[in-house]
Design a protein around this ligand. Structure first.
Ligand code: BZD
Length: 817
């Protein structure tokens, strides 16, 4: 959407703007006095800002009330530390949660401005990679909706997740400048600024005290964004840190003519919060990343401690008044930072500080992939954080002393428990630090939590058998149903009344409607209308015509081999081949949509994107196929794109290798919007199956145990491919260049991988997957059966509300409910 596509504001002079409501005149007033434009000169971005600023006034009042009430009650606060918050747009969310959407739309209409159009030009706040960052955003919304006093702490990246462009099907990464037009949601808090040091040395002082003199330091400055809960009950704070040099210009250097040198410090500081690392599974392992982690952890811990001392006086009561949750290990250095502040500044004995620290922290793990577990080369950690290194050693000594007293913990187990990895180059293990420093360690779905106990944390689990617990992820039904799917929300309201909006568990009232033929028809009409809307978007943006009566079969998520987009593509090729070979059969029309970003350095993931595009190009142009099969890779997948695509889905692809997807949350969004899942017994798919029922989901493939057995038993993709004609045909076609005539060997290596090292068990699951897809066709052709199942999905997905998840954290980990 460009500015010029948006309806021009009225041509009447400012004095006669038809401000028919008080709200309209408030918006115009803001436009004039805050933006400095009149209605004639205003561009769409000005209207957007004026609308947000006007709405903000009410938000600010509720925000202050929320803060005051928590203070007056002496309430315990929740602190969610996350290097990522994948928030997306905020205007529609705030309007909808405050129940002002209709009112504001009407007011803007009297000014000749279309609310839907200005909502569309708000940039996504894409301060995250994928599931982990989006979970943090859903949690912030649920915390406010449940009226729990909470702060999110993170980094205000100037450039968030990159923008993906496709050049001839290849991913190109472009910087995303979400702050280009300013950010009307944020409040800079210059008074909330902290010193964060790096490097230097630690010296001993009198009475066994130590003194750390950092070699360099930056200032962390807070930028606050209000997080509005459902019905505006509560507004919490998302506090993002921006790095600034203490001494922005070294005047002596400047005056001596060294202009570049004079600005060096400034540049170095700004670099810290310049860009989000776009890796969602392999640790970046670079010094800048560790600097980012320490920078935001330190500022956040200093802020939490300052607030506690100011409100409650005694630092020893910290754990009674503050619960700090670590979103993965990225903020794990906060454990050492709190220890430093408690011992070096508050002069608490080490053991007392350690008890407070463990009682305060909780740690959430999001992955079992061994290569994804963060660890830092010890020399780097020591050089950057010399005092923290000492503290890590001291914690480790205590930990290993405790461990050695436990029966059955041998030398091998001690080595696995240690905070220092001694195998090869010595490294600091952040997961072990987070585990040791927390009273609660949780996984994000039942299977994942069980695997944590059996695999990466087996030895720590033996040492602390009560620490690991499960908190199955959830999604906010405000954004992921009410806001993204107003048609379905209205229909649900007509059927079961509005109560489900306050408690998603009440969606079960919909169960009997699955058997009501006239309701099924209305339900199908809503889905079809969403599909038409998406088709229009795809036609306009990609030039591709889709048949809204085909099955919309969708796989959207980060591109990763374990998520097996390649399985989806190969099955598409197999289907294409079948349709061409058997034109006489009655095929069920399908639209296959893919979308997602690949980490810029992840070669195979980028090749998989290119393959999806090559396959799409060939199939879409094949006159023998017509409307029976259409394939598209939708560029630049982000939160807003997900909101557009998910309501239009019939089939949700959740086909990771069992045991590898910790939970998944896209799976929940689709099912809540009435898509049926085709998936493996992985992550939260298992719990989705348990809730929606076996007849309303398509489960296929190896279980996590079977995957482990096969890997141990010398599985070879080659043998499986030899035994599956359909798979062999598809793999050979891709390998021999059928889809890449311009470069026939482009996919040879990728396909060879399936023969020789099929780690992700794609070949092993192929036949089961293809068979499940034919079951999908059969069910689709029985519209009553499909409709019934789709409705039962919506009806039974209330449990996956992040309100339920946050309720469990609040009661079982944080002690705030
Ligand atoms: O976290 C994801 C998991 O892969 C999903 O299964 C799970 O549902 C979500 C939420 O729990 N993990 C990530 O998204 N991880 C990252 O994005 C990430 C980012 C930086 C570094 C390492 C991982």
């Amino acid at each position: 959407m460009t500015d010029s596509q948006i309806a021009a504001p009225p041509t009447a002079p400012a004095a006669t703007v038809p401000a028919s409501t008080a709200l309209a005149s408030a918006i115009v007033d803001t436009l004039v006095h805050r933006i400095g434009k009149d209605a004639q000169a205003a561009r769409p971005h000005d209207w957007l800002a004026a609308t947000i600023f006007t709405l903000r006034n009410e938000i600010i009042e509720r925000w202050m009330e929320s803060t005051k009430a928590a203070h007056a009650a002496g309430a315990k606060r929740v602190y969610y530390l996350s290097l990522e918050f994948l928030i997306g747009r905020l205007l529609r969310d705030a309007l909808s949660n405050l129940r002002h959407d209709d009112e504001v739309a009407e007011a803007l209409a009297t000014l000749g401005v279309d609310l839907a159009q200005i909502e569309e030009i708000e940039p996504d706040a894409a301060l995250g990679n994928g599931g982990l960052g989006r979970l943090a955003a859903c949690f912030m919304e649920s915390l406010a909706s449940l009226d729990l006093p909470a702060y999110g702490y993170g980094i205000r990246y100037v450039n968030g997740m990159f923008r993906q462009r496709l050049d001839d099907g290849w991913q190109m990464e472009l910087p995303e400048n979400w702050l280009a037009h300013g950010n009307p949601w944020e409040f800079e808090r210059r008074e909330s600024a902290y010193f964060v040091g790096f490097g230097g040395e630690v010296t001993s002082a009198a009475e066994g005290r130590v003194h750390w003199s950092p070699a360099e330091a930056v200032e962390a400055v807070a930028f606050d964004t209000p997080m509005v809960g459902w019905r505006g009950k509560r507004v919490n704070t998302l506090r993002l840190w921006n790095a600034r040099a203490f001494d922005p210009i070294k005047l002596d250097q400047f005056n001596a003519g060294d202009f570049k040198g004079a600005l060096d410090g400034q540049l170095r500081a700004e670099t810290l919060t310049r860009v989000l690392y776009p890796n969602d599974s392999t640790p970046a392992g670079q010094e800048l990343r560790l600097r980012q982690e320490y920078f935001f952890s330190s500022a956040s811990i200093q802020d939490i401690v300052r607030r506690h001392v100011q409100y409650f006086g005694d630092i020893r009561t910290l754990a009674d008044k503050a619960a700090i949750q670590l979103n993965d290990t990225h903020p794990a250095v906060a454990v050492a930072e709190l220890m430093r502040i408690l011992t070096d500044f508050h002069e608490l004995p080490f053991d007392v500080a350690w008890d407070i620290t463990r009682a305060t922290f909780g740690y959430t793990n999001h992955t079992l992939l061994p290569e994804a577990l963060e660890s830092w080369p010890l020399p780097l950690f020591e050089r950057l954080l010399p005092r923290h290194m000492q503290i890590v050693y001291a914690i480790n000594a205590k930990l290993l002393r405790e461990a050695s007293k436990v029966e059955g913990i041998d030398g091998r187990a001690i080595a696995a428990i240690s905070l220092i990895d001694e195998g090869g180059e010595r490294r600091v293990r952040m997961a072990n630090l987070a585990f040791a420093g927390s009273h609660s360690v949780n996984g994000v779905a039942a299977l994942h939590t069980e695997l944590m106990k059996k695999t990466v944390f087996a030895d720590l689990h033996r040492l602390y058998p009560d620490r690991i617990n499960n908190k199955t992820n959830g999604i906010t039904p405000r954004r992921w149903l009410q806001q993204c799917n107003p048609g379905l929300t209205a229909l649900l309201g007509e059927a079961i009344g509005p109560d489900f909006q306050d408690d998603a568990a009440k969606l079960t009232a919909l169960v009997p409607f699955a058997d009501d033929a006239s309701f099924r028809e209305r339900f199908a009409a809503v889905k079809r209308s969403n599909k038409v809307t998406l088709s229009t978007y795809i036609k306009e943006s990609m030039g591709l015509t889709l048949d809204p009566d085909a099955i919309f079969d969708i796989q959207i998520k980060r591109i990763h081999e374990y998520k097996r987009q390649l399985l989806g593509i190969i099955e598409t090729v197999a289907l294409y081949d079948q349709i061409r070979s058997h034109p006489e059969r009655r095929w069920t029309p399908r639209v296959k949509l893919f979308a997602g970003k690949a980490a810029s350095s992840y070669h195979n993931a980028k090749l998989i994107i290119k393959l999806a595009n090559d396959v799409a190009k060939r199939i879409n142009a094949d006159p023998a196929i017509g409307d029976l099969l259409k394939v598209a890779f939708v560029p630049n997948y982000n939160v807003s794109m997900a909101e557009r695509i998910i309501p239009a889905a019939d089939l949700s692809e959740q086909i990771s290798t069992a045991g590898m997807e910790a939970s998944g949350t896209g799976n929940m969004k689709f099912a809540l919007n009435g898509a049926l899942t085709i998936g493996t017994l992985d992550g939260a798919n298992i719990e989705i199956k348990d809730h929606v029922g076996d007849d309303n989901i398509f489960i296929f493939g190896l279980t996590a145990d079977e995957v482990a057995e096969k890997r141990a038993g010398g599985y070879r993709g080659r043998d499986v491919i030899a035994g599956s004609a359909e798979l062999a045909q598809a793999v050979n076609a891709i390998a021999s260049g059928v889809f890449s005539p311009d470069d026939p060997s482009r996919y040879k290596g990728l396909m060879d991988g399936l023969y020789d090292h099929d780690w992700f068990m794609l070949a092993a699951d192929f036949d089961a997957y293809a068979a499940a897809q034919r079951d999908v066709d059969a069910k689709w052709n029985d519209a009553d059966s499909w409709g019934r199942s789709a409705i039962l999905n919506v009806a039974n997905m209330g449990w996956f509300s992040s309100d339920r998840t946050i309720g469990e954290y609040a009661k079982q980990i944080w002690g705030v409910m």
